[in-house]
Design a protein around this ligand. Structure first.
Ligand SMILES: Cc1cc2nc3c(=O)[nH]c(=O)nc-3n(C[C@H](O)[C@H](O)[C@H](O)COP(=O)(O)O)c2cc1C
Length: 196
């Protein structure tokens, strides 16, 4: 009997065509286990600037698309660059849209893991920590694992793919973290319904 795949939305926090963050997520999608389905989110640049005046029900089409894609998966994997020691504006913008409607938005209760990727020697760990802070404030179930990929520009092959097996394996480990957090949530929900 085949089981439904564990569905993951992979969100690169960069619009750059040669983004190292996107390339890591592409490698994760290619090398994910058979029972995991990883879809890359390509719509970050289509989102309007967050504006509460635009936060209607329904909201702008690109925002509703982001929310629907997040609602439709079992977990989210974010790969973030670091800009000036913090979260790139385009990613923070997406997280702010996804944090609404307050209490029922797609981040509430959803397993989310974060990796930072940088050509620097620090691996975007400050940015990744801030992304986790924002996710926690938005009600997500955040995988606690800290993963920063340093000197990422040296880890690609001639075709521009992430060639470093240890790095890709570590990123795949975040999907294991997502599955564990999702299993915890399911166990809690089962316990709650048994009490009710
Ligand atoms: C405005 C700006 C600020 C940056 N600040 C940092 C920084 O604080 N820390 C860091 O590790 N890299 C910093 N970088 C370099 C980025 O890590 C690098 O451009 C990286 O490749 C961006 O991610 P991407 O390859 O996924 O687009 C900065 C780059 C830009 C354009």
């Amino acid at each position: 009997m085949s089981r439904d795949p564990f569905r993951v939305l992979a969100v690169p926090g960069s619009l750059r065509s040669g983004s190292l963050n996107r390339r890591l997520l592409e490698a994760v999608a290619e090398q994910a286990p058979e029972d995991v389905e990883v879809t890359l989110f390509e719509g970050l640049g289509d989102l309007p600037h967050f504006n509460e005046d635009l936060d209607t029900r329904p909201g702008p089409a690109a925002v509703e698309d982001l929310r629907a894609r997040m609602h439709g998966v079992d977990g989210i994997l974010i790969a973030t660059p670091e800009y000036n020691s913090s979260i790139p504006g385009v990613l923070k913008n997406a997280l702010d849209w996804a944090s609404r409607p307050y209490g029922t938005g797609p981040l509430v209760g959803r397993p989310v893991a974060v990796v930072g990727v940088s050509p620097s020697a620090f691996g975007a760990v400050w940015s990744a920590a801030e992304v986790r802070k924002v996710l926690t404030a938005s009600g997500a179930r955040v995988v606690e694992t800290e993963l920063g990929v340093k000197k990422a520009n040296t880890l690609l092959d001639d075709a521009g793919r992430f060639a470093d097996g240890d790095t890709v394996a570590a990123a795949l480990g975040l999907i294991t973290g997502l599955r564990e957090v999702a299993a915890e949530a399911a166990a809690e929900a089962a316990a709650d319904s048994a009490v009710a």
